[in-house]
Design a protein around this ligand. Sequence first.
Ligand code: MG
Length: 456
Amino acid sequence: MSPNKLFGTNGIRGIVNKELTPEMAIKVGLSIGTFFGKKKNLLVGHDARTSGSMFARAVISGLTAAGCNVLFAGMAPTPALQFAVKNHQMDGGVIITASHNPPEYNGIKAIWNDGVEVSHEQETEIEKIYFENNFHFAEWKQLGSVQELPGVNDEYVEAIKKHVDVAKIAAKKFHVVVDAANSVGGLTAPILMRQLGCKITSLNANIDGTFPGRLPEPRPENLKELASTVKAVGADLGVAFDGDADRSIFVDETGQIQMGDKTFAVIAKQFLLKNPNSKIVTPVSSSTLIKDIAEAYKGEIVWTKVGSVTVSQKMKEVKAKLGGEENGGVFYGPHQAVRDGAMTTALLLDIMADTGETLSKLVAEQPQYFIEKGKVDCPDEKKQKLLEKLLEEHRGMNVNTLDGAKIWFDDKSAILLRPSGTEPTFRMYAEAKTQQRAVKLIEEYTTKLNTLLGTI
Ligand code: MG
């Protein structure tokens, strides 16, 4: 964490008792409490990390010292807590989670009254209070109260069911393998799917904050056991959640891992068939696949900068009902405009029941793209100049400059070049209709970026 910066792309994150300590959590609680104002009602909950309870209590101490009343929901997926903030008409909330980071990390994020994370501008206000020690300390008679709020996980499961055809899914008797990463996804997803009439095989279902089963990021290298289990038991679907269960990655019935851009496109297509002329919000890092789907099924893509909060905020702004990211985050507005792993799973089961198709078939009928990634070293102070030079070179071409430069070529290939927010590098995401072309794009732009850097 830099000296006057607390929040990163997704809230405050750090290694427990090294970068993020209980003392800091009390101060963060005081800052968030001061930001919301006395007598405001805030929900607090945490994921399954070993430090979850410790940080929740420290944050609650700060919030109540600032005069805010706390409803404590305990352990729950991030989307269940976000839903509870809205459902219980709270003024906001605080979630203790480090999402997909390894077990030694934890984090804190502030939630607005609609369940969406506070904006980056609001985070800056909270940071200002924190670094200037400008806390509101309530008088002893004005301290906030703390009450338990049981049942948020059950309410969340009930709410999701309202958005799918429960009877139609149940009639299919799907067999689903659920990999909950030993975290909070296991508190809701298996229950939801059982209520949808599915047969469940569970992996890493017991809560264990050391995450003994696998690392909580649902990347292919962490999902080998899920893929082989789906095949071994002959399941219709496999699903893996990240540490706080807002993202989900799926495995089809053949045991193939289908990355987030593909399943998002499956959901977007069905959504557009039912809701033509709708807007779909997605960051510029998403595959051209989503653009193809939007063009084919009468949708409009609204591109954003990379980051889930940006997608949520943009969905609110343009009144879009669907958003998605390539990392397995799908935002279903009719439920809530935030990433939601269990909602995404229910939507996919609904589509499989409705179309009678397997996931492998649903993915295979989409346009296919090959994706390659790369990076080039670039000192922080040269990033802006390099971006300017790049844009100069591509003047007159089809370039999106929302976040770095995304360049589309005539053969339907594209490359996104963006300065990393955390490392002295420029990141590259290429995609093309052939693997060879994607590889070539990365090679070509590695040379180009290095040549341009040499002139700065
Ligand atoms: Mg997450």
